[in-house]
Design a binder for this molecule. Structure first.
Ligand SMILES: *[C@@H]1O[C@H](CO)[C@@H](O)[C@H](O)[C@H]1NC(C)=O
Ligand SMILES: *[C@@H]1O[C@H](CO)[C@@H](O)[C@H](O)[C@H]1NC(C)=O
Length: 593
């Protein structure tokens, strides 16, 4: 096997020549970008069938045919009922979640029904065609792999997939589940803001030194807004000397603030104008006309970012009647004034989670298509109190390129220069349990206990052990999200249940009865938050210690430790959105958070 050194701008990687390509998917709410790295070829963005660098995340489902990308987008005008878009907001959501309500309002052409078993939603296109959002996503991921394979001219199996940083356990598991259905091996789910920060750091490796630099990334996309504070510096490592590192220090977000909401404001304005021009008609009754107006609103928003006014124009909008209306940037800004007021929110949330002040931020950098709207920049500039906003990264492709760098780093087939990434869990998680205690007067009462498992902004991947010292018989504990008071009311409602799971332990009493002569060192629950930010309970053990006489000639005593792996513990799902796999052994952990 020949080793090859290859060069892509500042990135060097060498790889085993006949190794397989690996891919990244930057899964935006509106479109996705795919990147690959393969032997002999630098990391690059995959061109789709139309030779475009980005592909709409849209699926059109016909009886015998599935369309993706631009063909599916064409269908969203011709036959809006069968073209599904923006469905990631529905991943892992119960039917009564406000995100589901918002989706129904935005896309009244789709019928969303309840999955009785999981309490989640299903797209019902016909009696035969019913798909969960996870299944739709699986189709898109499978399609993305097809594009990557065609471009790489070889099979691709391993992928790093981006997720919004605010995706909670249920949402992350939903993406993993979709990838599994698409038969992709997920090397890691990477937060898209972290992928952008990694791409930024990799290309500025030589500017990173022992002096701390704090960069704020403000990312407003189609569906959401995220603000991230990242610290760059070099650190000394045990194994590979001094290396650059990025650390996610603060995160703020708004799940529904973005370009799409602005387009809906514009669309509804165009609806009003048309209905006024044609008092005998109501364009809202016609799905195709409404889809055309939404598309025109998208174009209008883009043009009004560069021009003071523009004439919106659609031929034969309804009953062969043409539509034409002049819209000014001022009108657009008035329509969205409440949205622009929400621009500083994520900045303040990011600063407070990082416990930092604005004067500690060296630079603010814009990411995401919706930051091209001048009013967004104007409000943001004021909020961050800087002279200027940085526009020096490729806002569209940074996440896909950062994610493929990570894919190459994780794949055994490639070697990239180390860049240490310290990500952070933005939602605290705690363990809660209730125990009966005896009061002084011998009466009994219940005492509620909680132990923090992961604090807000705790670094991950990380393993944690919680020890329960007072139990001698079977008991149960809950794994819950901690204090989420920092979330806005809307975000809190979209979050879903705060209870992740309940764990019922069996075999605790048995372990005590079998080890009467030993001293209990507690029941230890071993948790792991992995590289994808997904929490699992690895195992639970009952630990005992005893003093044993060792080799008499030395007359020393040693303590000996006995660990009893508890034979069965039962997970009770509260917020279950995934089908648990069937238990395959006594210690199977069921991923049903
Ligand atoms: C996945 O995509 C390939 C094309 O890349 C296609 O042949 C295959 O049928 C798809 N699989 C599923 C399950 O849709
Ligand atoms: C570290 O890098 C910054 C910016 O790249 C530079 O201004 C500074 O002088 C450097 N410091 C050292 C000690 O090299």
């Amino acid at each position: 096997m020949a080793n090859k050194i290859q060069r892509s701008s500042h990135i060097y990687s060498f790889c085993i020549a006949d190794a397989l390509a690996v891919m990244s998917v930057d899964l935006g709410s509106e479109s996705m970008k795919i990147a690959i790295v393969k032997p002999g070829v630098p990391m690059e963005i995959v061109l789709n069938k139309e030779s475009q660098r980005k592909t709409p995340v849209t699926v059109a489902l016909k009886e015998n045919e599935r369309l993706f990308g631009d063909s599916a987008m064409g269908m969203s005008i011709k036959n809006p009922k069968i073209a599904l878009r923006y469905f990631q907001d529905l991943l892992g959501k119960h039917i009564d979640n406000p995100q589901v309500t918002l989706y129904r309002w935005r896309f009244p052409q789709h019928e969303l029904v309840k999955d009785e078993r999981r309490q989640t939603v299903i797209f019902k296109l016909s009696h035969e065609m019913q798909y969960s959002p996870e299944e739709i996503l699986a189709m898109v991921l499978n399609y993305s792999r097809g594009l990557a394979e065609e471009f790489a001219e070889q099979p691709v199996k391993d992928a790093v997939i981006t997720v919004p940083v605010y995706f909670n356990q249920a949402e992350r598991r939903a993406v993993l589940h979709a990838a599994q259905m698409a038969d992709l091996k997920v090397l890691q789910l990477i937060n898209d803001n972290t992928a952008v920060a990694l791409n930024y750091g990799v290309f500025r490796r030589k500017d990173i030194n022992a002096t701390v630099q704090n960069i704020m990334f403000y990312d407003m996309g189609a569906g959401n807004t995220v603000c991230t504070i990242v610290t760059y510096q070099t650190v000394k490592t045990k194994d590979s000397g001094t290396q650059p590192q990025l650390q996610i220090r603060g995160v703020g977000f708004d799940r529904t603030l973005g370009g799409l909401e602005m387009e809906y404001r514009l669309r509804d304005y165009l609806v009003k104008l048309f209905n006024k021009q044609q008092p005998s008609k109501d364009v809202r009754q016609n799905l195709r006309a409404m889809a055309k107006l939404l598309k025109e609103a998208n174009r209008l928003k883009t043009i009004l970012s560069a021009n003071a006014d523009h004439v919106a124009q659609i031929e034969g909008l309804l009953d062969d009647v043409d539509f034409k209306a002049k819209v000014s940037r001022q009108e657009f800004e008035d329509l969205c004034s409440d949205l622009f007021q929400r621009v500083p929110g994520p900045v303040l949330q990011a600063l407070s989670s990082a416990e930092m002040n604005l004067d500690e931020i060296d630079q603010v950098i814009l990411v995401g298509g919706a930051t091209r709207v001048p009013k967004v920049q104007e409000v943001l500039l004021k909020a961050v109190d800087k002279d200027e906003l940085g526009k020096n990264i490729n806002a569209d492709e940074a996440a896909a390129m950062g994610a493929v760098y990570q894919a190459a780093a994780l794949s055994k087939a490639f070697k990239v220069k180390p860049f240490i990434v310290r990500d952070a869990a933005i939602f605290p998680i705690q363990v809660e349990f209730t125990r009966e205690v005896e009061e002084e007067d011998k009466s009994k009462s219940l005492k509620h206990n909680k132990r923090i498992l992961f604090q807000r902004m705790a670094p991950y991947p990380q393993r944690k052990v919680i020890t329960f010292n007072r139990y001698t018989d079977d008991f149960e504990f809950c794994v819950n999200y901690g204090d989420l008071a920092f979330l806005s009311q809307d975000d809190l409602q979209a979050f879903g249940s705060l209870n992740l799971t309940t764990v019922k332990l069996r075999g605790v009493g048995d372990s005590f009865r079998k080890h009467l002569d030993y001293e209990s060192k507690g029941i230890k629950a071993h948790f792991n938050m992995d590289e994808s930010g997904v929490l699992s309970l690895d195992r639970v053990e009952s630990v005992f210690e005893t003093v044993v006489e060792d080799k008499p000639e030395e007359e020393s005593t040693l303590t000996s430790k006995y660990t009893v792996l508890l034979p069965k513990y039962i997970w009770v799902a509260r917020n279950s959105v995934l089908t648990p796999p069937p238990p395959t052994g006594p210690f199977t952990v069921l991923f049903i958070f």
